[in-house]
Design a protein. Sequence first.
Length: 53
Amino acid sequence: MTLTEHQLRITRSAHDRVATYGQAPTVRELASAASVLDSSIAYQPRKMREQGS
C-alpha cells in the first residue's frame, strides 16, 4: 500500500513529535506540523486503517 503525500506528512509529523517529546501530538499540533487541515487529521488515519496501512 502506498501512502499519499498527506498521509506521509501526518505519519512523519506524529513520529517526530513522539520521538522528540515522548507523547502524541494534539490534532491541532499535528495539523500544523503536517501543513494540513484539522479535519484531514481525523480523515486520513481512518482511510489508512480501511486500506490496511
